[in-house]
Write a protein that binds this ligand. Structure first.
Ligand code: COA
Length: 123
């Protein structure tokens, strides 16, 4: 059963500007080290990072704001075939389907939540 859906779009230029302005503290506030480690410092660096930011926003929308999560509670990684997936820190468990796309100007992500559970909340 689908419990929620979320979508988000990020403008790469704006995102790149924020990283250049605030530096590593901005990146570290949003991403976990393992997420950044998987992205090589090439021409796609800002696109792929922006896409992961969009993915986190999409996940928050999909599982609803009733479960408070910070950006770093959400971990976006890739399977060996390249497909993105999401896991969580803390005690949140969710079945989520995630899709990401990015071009030079924009990154977009969509998340579908099928099952969400957090300790202390009714199932
Ligand atoms: C995977 C594929 C769909 C990506 O599409 P794309 O237009 O190149 O790139 P997009 O920006 O739309 O998507 C990239 C994102 O797709 C996701 N992705 C990669 N492999 C994936 C897979 N197997 N399943 C689902 N999503 C995948 C990733 O999240 C990737 O972004 P990331 O690497 O930053 O995490 C594409 O490379 C592909 O394999 N297509 C199959 C068809 C094909 O081979 N066509 C070529 C002959 S015409």
């Amino acid at each position: 059963m689908i419990l929620g859906i979320g979508i988000d779009m990020v403008k790469i230029d704006k995102f790149r500007g924020a990283i250049k302005k605030w530096g590593s503290s901005f990146v570290e506030r949003i991403f976990n080290p393992e997420e950044v480690k998987g992205i090589s410092q090439g021409k796609m660096y800002y696109q792929r990072l922006a896409a992961r930011f969009a993915a986190k926003e999409a996940v928050i929308k999909a599982i609803s704001k009733s479960i408070p999560l910070s950006f770093r509670d959400i971990i976006i990684l890739n399977r060996t075939n390249g497909a993105p997936y999401c896991s969580f820190k803390k005690d949140t468990k969710a079945d989520l389907i995630l899709s990401i796309t990015h071009i030079e100007d924009y990154a977009v992500a969509c998340a579908v939540a099928q099952k969400v559970q957090k300790k202390g909340l009714p199932k």
